[in-house]
Write a protein of this length. Structure first.
Length: 521
């Protein structure tokens, strides 16, 4: 009977049984345990539009055939990285019973349960189908704690509704992390009330480059482009994600990728040059200076960010920070001497350490791209390894937690099929769904005592060439389906042919949701 069970990512253990469960208008959603009621309300809300059933949610009722029962066994304390157990069981017979160690586990069970129903269950209006699902026993738990997708809202901005849709699709695939890249040279996208010019000036660029950034001569469309999230917008997105037990990880990239911030507050820069938010892609030479006032400014920014985002990790970027301005600045060189530093790499490490100490003083943990290793890694920091796996290996060997995000496997702004000339514009490179599915996040170079530092991995969606939701869907799926299974299953349990078979049915679900995925494979 297991051939009737087609779930992405595939659960760890599936036992098919004879018979069917049918959801009816008389069915109820019952719940027990810490946090279970909120997940039960979410399930009822998921089922309501397509079925038309106003399924009541209650606690303490006598169970009967036709009911859906959710039980959270406890409220486990988060581990040192902020994660709780997500194991769950789903038993389908005369009634459906979902049991988990935590409410987060129940949320994962709900997503698996939805995929047992006909694809029409994802519709936004009533569908005239039988809401039957096969009887089965599913026992499941994820391999990795950090299962993420990253969305760059700085190069191209996406609205609150569009980000919530991105989170919804992410949750559907049992991801638990949504990393938002909120600031860059081309735009500052988050309201900071202490420093209003960050959005008044830094959120709007004068135009956007036409075509690929490598093309010459460069042409700009001269159409002002802007947008940002108010703090109320952020709260809306955090609440939306939290109800799905998805954690939002905010990124304020520093000390590089700061041209928009320096345009708003020139005193943050190293020169007297008047600049504007950048209109083309690539790496800007404009980086933050390292004056005490600038350090306090960025700590103030992080304070407001931390009041909005309750998750354990705060991302400070640290990537692609050219050192030319520091090398040419007499004041930067003086600061290096004052601090007893021998190189500009050490100066960046000092800067990141100031942020790390501040973040830790607020009970949080700093994470940054693997460049934060240069000049010495801040003691409490975790590393997101994007330039291959070398940085992640080095960090894990030094006892630091790591999230693998290597461009060669999990950059979803790369092309995904050949011939690439027939694909939409992309940053370059090729990463097919099969290539993503073959990825192993734990490098062989790590010894047994070091492998546990690999928290997981995530897929990156940099949006230089992704201006619309339609293009975002096309670049994300089905590669995000493949990565979800990489992060959920043990490596010896993966079978690409089996994945492709299930993906065929899964595409029907995506289509009902309006997701225009890449047609291959």
């Amino acid at each position: 009977m297991t051939e009737r069970i087609s779930i992405v990512p595939r659960p760890a253990r599936v036992e098919g049984r004879n018979g069917w469960f049918e959801l009816k208008p008389s069915s109820r959603v019952l719940c027990a345990g810490p946090g279970a009621e909120a997940v039960a309300e979410l399930l009822a809300a998921y089922l309501r539009p397509a079925t038309g059933y106003e399924l009541p949610v209650s606690q303490g009722e006598q169970r009967q055939p036709g009911d859906v029962v959710l039980v959270a066994q406890g409220e486990p304390a988060p581990d040192d990285a902020g994660f709780v157990p997500e194991a769950y069981a789903c038993d389908v017979g005369e009634m459906v019973t979902l049991e988990a160690e935590s409410a987060a586990g129940l949320a994962r069970a709900v997503q698996a349960l939805r995929q047992l129903f006909p694809a029409e269950v994802y519709a936004s209006e009533v569908q005239r189908v039988e809401w039957r699902i096969p009887c089965a026993r599913i026992e499941d738990s994820p391999r990795f704690r950090w299962r993420g997708l990253h969305l760059d809202v700085a190069r191209h901005f996406f609205s609150v509704e569009q980000v919530c849709r991105f989170i919804e699709l992410l949750a559907m695939h049992r991801y638990n992390i949504c990393h938002l890249h909120l600031t860059d040279d081309q735009g500052w996208r988050i309201e900071i009330r202490k420093y209003p010019r960050l959005t008044e000036i830094g959120s709007t660029r004068a135009g956007t480059i036409i075509g690929h950034h490598r093309a010459r001569p460069r042409q700009i469309d001269h159409q002002p482009y802007g947008g940002y999230f108010t703090q109320d917008d952020i709260r809306t997105m955090v609440d939306f994600a939290s109800r799905r037990h998805v954690t939002l990880v905010p990124e304020i990239d520093m000390p590089g990728h700061m041209q928009a911030a320096i345009a708003a507050y020139p005193e943050l820069g190293n020169t007297d040059q008047t600049i504007e938010p950048r209109c083309h892609w690539g790496i800007s030479q404009h980086v933050l200076n390292v004056e005490p006032g600038t350090v306090r400014f960025m700590q103030d920014v992080l304070d407001e960010v931390m009041t909005l985002f309750p998750g354990r990790f705060i991302h400070v970027g640290g990537d692609e920070a050219p050192k030319h301005q520091w090398s040419e600045s007499d004041r930067a060189q003086q600061r290096m001497a004052e601090l007893g530093l021998k190189s500009e790499d050490e100066l960046q490490s000092w800067f990141i350490t100031q942020m790390d100490e501040h973040v830790q003083s607020r009970g949080r943990r700093l994470i940054g791209w693997d460049e934060i290793l240069e000049g010495g890694l801040a003691p409490g920091a975790a590393v997101m390894s994007w330039r291959g796996e070398k940085g992640g290996i080095a960090a894990a060997q030094q006892g630091h937690d790591v999230v693998m995000a290597p461009g060669h496997h999990v950059y979803f702004d790369h092309h995904q099929a050949e011939p690439t000339a027939e694909e939409p514009a992309g940053i370059g490179g090729l990463s097919t769904t099969e290539h993503v599915y073959a990825y192993e996040p734990v490098p062989a170079e790590l010894a047994d005592g070091q492998a546990h530092h690999v928290l997981g991995a995530q897929g990156q969606l940099w949006t230089e060439y992704i201006p619309t939701v339609r293009q975002l869907d096309y670049m994300t799926y089905p590669r995000a389906c493949a990565l979800a299974e990489v992060l959920w299953r043990q490596p010896g349990e993966k079978r690409y042919a089996d994945f492709l078979e299930r993906l065929g049915e899964h595409r029907q679900r995506l289509a009902v949701l309006g997701v225009r995925a890449h047609p291959r494979p």
